[in-house]
Design a protein around this ligand. Structure first.
Ligand code: BES
Ligand code: ZN
Ligand code: ZN
Length: 516
């Protein structure tokens, strides 16, 4: 994992010597003056002076992620001034700032600039109607997040790889008084921890199936836990048999690779005995061929990312260990490889999950819900009072929501409210879809308690959620289907192609809503 040094410095940005100083701009055009009209988010004379001619030229529109580079800016100590657009002033929020910070890093990387500074955006530079869009702690946090997330690339297996990762990113701000200095610093530190944890998850997701087997996922989890001080156990066949995890076992039995049952615990010092215990459960299929119901060849390579739910949970646990919310959290990852083989489970098989429910297998490619069934049940036996799971569960969620929003399903509105309240800080997008009992017919089986796929392809993401719901009982529960959002097919100005690291930051926010 790249470890960029992130610094927060309280001094005049114009007087700070760096290879590149980033300053943000927004478009303040109105209905009356629709022509793009960029304005810098800076009140510093040296910076506004250096940029004035270019802002006036009209060649820079301040669209989100748009960049304009000025060499040797007059009156500014940095070698270069990079103006980064954040889009329309009227829609300015910390989420645009996060993307803007990312755009600066991704501008610098291919140019071999490995040290950059970012001037803290000053929304006082805007008229009253647009100012105060940027609370200072959340802005510092968003900048740290955007810069670190943008530093991630997926070229680690290329022999011709050049290390272009950032060495230092410095956030420079002149104006903070003592109170806001503390707020800035803590927002910034939170952002660093969250984004590094998100990149930890992304690095896991990017690993190919031959490298990241269930055993290897267990080993890397142990390393991470040792590093940040979490308790962790990694178990395999013996324990899975002992616990009667028939659903996880069925998926795993077709592979040469043994499955891994990974348990991570975070215990704050002062949690009350009757306080909530949050159970985070991840789908950790290290490669999904579909099994006997084998997938078509096209895009099967992508199925290395079928452990992105597990990675999201482990990334969230890492952030929790660093940021220490006062609430108990446990994490269960059920990891296996879904392979076709003489020993593989078949369509038509009837298996018994850990909960005792019998499941008729209709399609061995609907394996994620099987491993999660045992994971969700197991988390409750370990004491979880609230459950959240993340999984690349269905192609159907992408059909329903496109690749922008991830799917959210739940049996409890208050639990959903806790989750959605955090999205204004994380900036991630989740859209709630139904899993009410009208949909249960889809998983009714003739010969067993339930079957693992529905009779119809309509509402496939909800069918999968209905299956999971069978294993959570009355425990408040959220299911996040991240199949459409865990992998970015296209690069953006602020992030690379590849694993997105979705859900790490939002799960952390959800956890924090339960902290005493
Ligand atoms: N891992 C897949 C879901 C998936 C699809 C993830 C595309 C990422 C991108 C899952 O195990 C699966 O194969 N689901 C089936 C379910 C079907 C057999 C009911 C699907 O979505 O087609
Ligand atoms: Zn599958
Ligand atoms: Zn799968």
């Amino acid at each position: 994992m790249n470890l960029v040094t992130m610094k927060l410095l309280f001094q005049d940005p114009a007087a700070y010597a760096s290879k590149l100083l980033t300053v943000f701009a927004v478009d303040i055009a109105t209905d009356k003056t629709p022509e793009a009209h960029p304005a810098l988010l800076s009140t510093q004379d040296a910076i506004t002076g250096a940029a004035a001619q270019w802002i006036a030229s009209g060649e820079f529109k301040a669209a989100l992620g748009e960049t304009l580079l000025l060499h040797a800016p007059a009156g500014v100590k940095a070698e270069r001034l990079l103006i980064v657009g954040l889009g329309k002033a009227a829609s300015l929020s910390i989420h645009e700032v996060r993307k803007g910070a990312g755009s600066a890093v991704r501008f610098a990387k291919p140019r071999g600039i490995r040290e950059l500074a970012i001037a803290f955006p000053d929304d006082k530079a805007l008229s009253d109607e647009h100012s105060e869009a940027l609370p200072c702690d959340l802005t510092a946090r968003a900048i740290a997040e955007g810069a670190i997330v943008a530093d991630f690339d997926i070229d680690n297996y290329r022999s011709d790889r050049k290390d272009t990762s950032m060495q230092t990113v410095t956030l420079v701000t002149a104006e903070a008084d003592r109170k806001s200095q503390g707020e800035l610093q803590s927002g910034f530190d939170t952002g660093v921890a969250l984004a590094q944890s998100q990149n930890f998850a992304r690095a896991l997701v990017n690993e190919p199936g031959n490298v990241l087997t269930p055993t290897e996922l267990g080993r890397r989890t142990l390393d991470m836990c040792n590093e940040v001080g979490l308790a962790c156990t990694v178990e395999s066949w013996d324990r899975i048999h002992e616990l009667k995890m028939g659903a996880l076992a069925a998926v795993a039995q077709g592979s040469e690779q043994p499955p891994a049952l990974i348990t991570v615990r975070y215990e704050p010092e002062n949690a009350a005995p009757d306080a909530p215990v949050l159970g985070l459960v991840g789908k950790g299929i290290t490669f999904d061929t579909g099994g006997i119901s084998i997938k078509p060849a096209d895009n099967m390579d992508k199925m290395k990312y079928d452990m992105a739910g597990a990675a999201a949970m482990l990334g969230a646990m890492r952030a929790i260990a660093l940021l220490k919310p006062n609430v108990r959290v446990l994490c269960v990852v059920c990891s296996a490889e879904n392979m076709p083989d003489g020993k593989a489970f078949r369509p038509g098989d009837v298996i018994t999950a850990m909960s005792g429910k019998t499941i008729e297998i209709m399609n061995t490619d609907a394996e994620g819900r099987l491993v999660l069934a045992d994971g969700l049940h197991y988390a409750q036996t370990l004491g979880a009072t609230h459950l959240i799971n993340a999984a690349t569960l269905t192609g159907a969620v992408g059909v329903a929501l496109g690749l922008i929003n991830a799917g959210l399903f739940s049996n409890d509105d208050a639990t959903v409210d806790n989750f959605t309240s955090g999205l204004k800080r994380s900036g991630e997008k989740f859209w709630r879809l139904p899993c009410t009992d009208e949909y249960r017919d889809q998983i009714k089986s003739q010969i067993a308690d339930i079957m693992n796929t529905g009779g119809s392809r309509y509402g496939g993401a909800t069918t999968a959620a209905m299956f999971l719901k069978e294993f959570v009982g009355d425990t408040p529960w959220i299911h996040l289907d991240i199949a459409g959002t865990a992998w970015n097919d296209d690069a953006k100005a602020w992030h690379s192609k590849g694993p997105s690291g979705i859900a790490v930051r939002s799960i952390f926010e959800w956890v924090r809503t339960y902290a005493a």
